[in-house]
Ligand binder design. Structure first.
Ligand code: PGA
Length: 251
């Protein structure tokens, strides 16, 4: 059985005091949750204080991006060693905002995935089609390319997480229906099976992301191939994020 993973992607939000207030509240709200993994990915400036606050809690820490080198003349970048240093165990890579606003290519993202893995960080590889691609019937082609290119050279023993985030559903309030998301998730699992093995595909968590909210989380998370959520907007308030974490535990 795959353990659910509910991850919050805070994007470029929260100063240090705001970040601490949010995780303090969140810790209390989810302290009784033991059967699923919870992750928050604050902006770089808040990682260290948030990491300290989360020590010996049931909430893990992740970065939203990183560069693949350990150190050097790479102005403005953060390395895998630095993420490890502040207590991260996961890193989001290839988020659609990185791909579309900052021009990240599959090749660059692949180098980051390999580097994250080599440094003991679990990569969360984000994939997803734009509205134009979906309307042109290219969803599978695009997602397959992003998964295959993104995971090139990754060892079958390495732990990884995939996040399927249709670009048209991110921050727009438009969620994919559970059935539509399930279809793509099952397609992705097929690619993983082909790339690695059926066993590995069966163990790998595939998260859904794109306007996940307390109101729609249950429908999505109950689908057989949806193993968690990558939550943007709704992760910025402790109450709504906790409700998503506990989508099936409370009425
Ligand atoms: P959203 O963002 O939940 O605000 O749509 C999700 C994401 O981009 O990871």
């Amino acid at each position: 059985m795959r353990r659910l993973l509910i991850a919050g992607n805070w994007k470029m939000h929260k100063t240090v005091p705001e970040a601490l207030e949010l995780v303090r509240e969140l810790k209390t709200l989810v302290s009784d949750v033991t059967d699923r993994d919870i992750l928050v990915c604050p902006p770089f400036t808040a990682l260290y204080p948030v990491g300290r606050e989360l020590k010996s809690s049931n909430i893990a820490l992740g970065g939203q991006n990183m560069f693949y080198e350990e150190q050097g003349a790479f102005t403005g970048e953060i390395s895998p060693l630095m993420l490890k240093d502040v207590g991260c165990s996961y890193v989001i890579l290839g988020h659609s905002e990185r791909r579309h606003i900052f021009g990240e290519t599959d090749e660059l993202i692949n180098r980051k995935v390999i580097s994250a893995d080599e440094h003991g960080l679990i990569p969360i590889l984000c994939v997803g089609e734009t509205l134009e691609e979906r309307e042109a019937g290219e969803t599978e082609k695009v997602v397959e390319r992003q998964v295959r290119e993104g995971l090139k050279g990754l060892s079958p023993e390495s732990e990884l997480v995939i996040a399927y985030e249709p670009v048209w559903a991110i921050g727009t309030g438009k969620t994919a229906t559970p059935e539509l998301a399930q279809e793509v998730h099952s397609f992705i699992r097929g690619i993983l099976s082909d790339l690695f093995s059926e066993e590995k595909a069966g163990k790998t968590r595939i998260l859904y992301g794109g306007s996940v909210k307390p109101e729609n989380a249950k429908g999505l998370l109950e689908m057989p191939d949806i193993d968690g959520a990558l939550v943007g907007g709704a992760s910025l308030k402790a109450e709504s994020f906790a409700k998503i974490v506990k989508f099936d535990l409370e009425e």
